[in-house]
Write a protein that binds this ligand. Structure first.
Ligand code: HSE
Length: 451
């Protein structure tokens, strides 16, 4: 990395000019003096690379626009490259070229970091430059820097996040308005939260990429987004959201990364039942939050807007300022060593479950269903029945069970003649199930004892 004079502006190039790019350009141009005053560093926007340079972009001076991102990322006049293109191609190649050319890189690209974060970090480290990605997880919420720096010495036990605003909006609407998944999704699309093809959000791909990034930072290892098992929210009936509420729970799509008994790591994304008193239960609408549990720090939660032009640009700007300070002091942000991740197979994950099963309301049916649970070592904690005329809906809460055993139970239930349909299968998070564990739960902690 070339040394630069302390008193000159740090030159910034932006790749991509979508919602976040435009918001960032607006901040850099309209509030340049304010940013310099508050941060102590002067930033100069020197170029904006776009796919179609002939298109007029309101608020972006034509002389800054270029169609040649490849030239911009190696331009000796550029100190910091901000990648806001998204996706893997051509973002990966451009980021690699920028790092190799000795530029600091700031990116909001969760897909890129989740897939290639380790190799990009190695390239950055070899070049002695920053690779910063605060905006890649949970938009405006500062969670990357706290995990990397404030909690650098912490023995983190678990990170649990609501990291997808679209699904949180849908689940909030289902819980509070009693509407179906389809109607809530339609409303999310109408308001611009959900895409026309909503699969990246509702099937958990977006949250899985973010879970991988959080897990890698919290547990100092390399986790790839594609290795994160995920379950989306599409199969959750409104009746189960309502039943969960009656039982004192809220349904949330959670990204979970936790250390388990033998030091293995479980990283996963799934819809979950969260006790109504848990801090994550209060996160409504399109907001995000990340709840961290560590041995010394105890429980902490960061909350805010997980998407949107200005909130995401705010996180990007913080990284640009950090990178600029580091440039001026000829340093780079700490990059702690990371080992390989030892991931627990999904079938070995253990937690209590909520299961609903629609059955024929006839003598002997409950016994047959309960026998299936018992045959696979899944212990029932409580059961209630909702009548549906000729049919009934059985709602089970289990004790802590192995996922492989629950899946085997579900397969057997699906084959029983009296079972019409298996409804929601939701993991219960944020509870202490074992009677003995209740005594060691952190005093005043969020973990409710399962009643
Ligand atoms: N689509 C995401 C969300 C934002 O709904 O939270 C970008 O990751």
């Amino acid at each position: 990395m070339a040394e630069i004079a302390q008193d000159r502006a740090v030159r910034v190039a932006v790749l991509g000019c979508g919602t976040v790019g435009r918001a960032l350009v607006g901040l850099l141009l309209d509030d340049a003096a304010g940013i310099a005053e508050r941060s102590g560093v002067r930033l100069a926007l020197v170029g904006v690379a776009v796919a179609d340079p002939t298109k007029h972009r309101v608020g972006v001076p034509a002389e800054l626009i270029t169609g040649d991102a490849k030239v911009l990322v190696t331009d000796p006049e550029v100190d910091v490259v901000v990648e806001l293109i998204g996706g893997l191609d051509p973002a990966r190649e451009l980021v690699e070229a920028a790092l190799a050319a000795g530029k600091a890189v700031v990116t909001a690209n969760k897909a890129l970091v989740a897939a290639h974060g380790a190799s990009l970090a190695a390239t950055a480290s070899a070049a002695g430059v920053d690779l910063l990605y605060e905006a890649a997880v949970a938009g405006a919420i500062p969670i990357i820097r706290p995990l990397r720096e404030s909690l650098a010495g912490e023995r983190v036990q678990r990170v649990t996040g609501i990291v997808n605003g679209t699904t949180n909006f849908i689940l909030t609407l289902m819980a509070e308005e009693g509407v179906s998944y389809e109607d809530a999704l339609g409303e999310a699309q109408r308001l611009g939260y959900a895409e026309r093809d909503p699969s990246a959000d509702v099937d958990g791909h977006d949250a899985a990429a973010k879970a991988a990034i959080l897990a890698g930072l919290a547990f100092r290892c390399a986790v790839v987004g594609d290795d994160v098992p995920r379950q989306g929210i599409g199969a959750i009936p409104a009746a189960d959201v309502a039943s969960a509420a009656r039982m004192g729970f809220v349904v949330k799509l959670l990204a979970v990364a936790e250390l388990v008994a033998d030091g293995a790591l479980s990283v996963r994304v799934h819809p979950s039942l969260v006790p109504a008193a848990h801090p994550l239960a209060s996160v409504r609408g399109a907001f995000n939050a990340v709840f961290v549990e560590g041995e010394a720090c105890g429980e902490l939660m960061l909350y805010g807007r997980g998407a949107g032009g200005m909130p995401t640009a705010s996180a990007v700007l913080g990284d640009v300022i950090d990178a600029a300070h580091n440039r001026l002091s000829n340093s780079a942000a700490p990059a702690p060593p990371r080992g390989p991740a030892r991931l627990l197979p999904p079938s070995e994950v253990r937690c209590p479950y909520y299961l609903s099963v629609e059955v024929a309301d006839q003598p002997g049916v409950l016994a047959a269903v309960a026998t299936a649970f018992g045959r696979h070592q899944v212990s029932i904690r409580s059961m209630e029945q909702d009548g549906l005329g000729e049919e009934a809906r059985l709602i089970f809460l289990t004790h802590t069970a192995r996922d492989g055993d629950v899946q085997a139970t579900l397969a057997e239930l699906a084959d029983l003649p009296a079972v019409r349909r298996v409804g929601a299968v939701l993991r219960v998070v944020g509870v202490v199930d074992e009677p003995s564990a209740a005594a060691v739960d952190r005093p005043g902690g969020a973990g409710a004892v399962l009643a």
